[in-house]
Design a protein around this ligand. Sequence first.
Ligand SMILES: Nc1ncnc2c1ncn2[C@@H]1O[C@H](COP(=O)(O)OP(=O)(O)OP(=O)(O)O)[C@@H](O)[C@H]1O
Ligand SMILES: [Mg+2]
Length: 340
Amino acid sequence: MEKILEIENLRVSYHTYAGEVQAVRGVSFDVNRGKTLAIVGESGCGKSVTSKTIMGLIPTPPGEIKEGSKILFDGKNILEQSEKEWCDYRGSQCSMIFQDALTSLNPTMNIGKQIVENIRNHNKIDKAEARKRAMTMLRLAGIPDEEMCMKKYPHELSGGMRQRVMIAIALSGNPKVLIADEPTTALDVTIQAQIIELMKSIQEQFGTTIILITHDLGVVADIADRIVVMYSGKVVEEGKSREIFFGHKHPYTWSLLKAAPSLELGKEEKLVSIEGTPPDLIDPPVGCPFAARCKYCMKACLEAMPPQFEFEEEHKVACWLYHPESGYANIRFEEETEDE
Ligand SMILES: Nc1ncnc2c1ncn2[C@@H]1O[C@H](COP(=O)(O)OP(=O)(O)OP(=O)(O)O)[C@@H](O)[C@H]1O
Ligand SMILES: [Mg+2]
């Protein structure tokens, strides 16, 4: 599989009055060209910081991208590029749909003007042509009356429409990679499904690589080829979608899946929450960050961060249970809960 993005040992901190928040602590993963990778994990685990770093949007200071971090985009380390190169890269190579569409759009400008400006920033074309392209993008994003939409201000549109406008803007530079940070969180389930369908069809038409960030595993199941599970600024498990849903090996992934509501009709089940809270990133533990909340915690887990153990099909798990000497290599989490 050809890789478009290779993230190697990415470390990002924020310097605050309270201390150094180690938001991303040595994250590595690859993104395959033309495929969809999902990044999942609880609030605060570093999903947005990772994606903003890929977009070159970490303000330094207070942010700091630590030495030794690498992000290869088509083989080139983008962390070394100049501000001018970043400007060319954003929009045409990589685009991002932000977590909150309302605050990402300019409230004082109508939609048409915002898209036209964005298109003209990336292409040397006149206003009339940019307008035509803006309408095409809005139509592509599933907006029924694009002419009317161009005249509206962000607050005049529904949440779903605003998200479609954001997608149209993000796609207007025809990017190779589209990062969608929680694109459906604020929307109801029907609109959520429509936005996911839209992203799928965009991928089919243009071969766009998608990085989908979410804490909603239901959304992920529908669209992702691979899943990266993050916890406390680290990747704890990574693998094909199927492996993560049906063959997960990290106790955190298991807890996350158990905490996701099932959409199966007629199935009665209790919704479980993951007990405890993630560690403080100003003073993270030396061992596995999930140890304090993990019912399988062993002595080793408190003493050192586990290495990544690799299984078939590039399924990687950072958990001491899979150390050859732990004796738990064949652990089945499901059975444990039934016994309770
Ligand atoms: N500007 C900032 N200043 C200080 N700390 C920050 C800043 N931005 C993010 N952080 C911290 O970095 C960590 C990771 O944040 P991030 O926004 O990446 O989380 P996330 O996984 O996207 O969560 P969510 O699901 O809530 O969006 C958090 O502990 C957060 O408090
Ligand atoms: Mg976020």
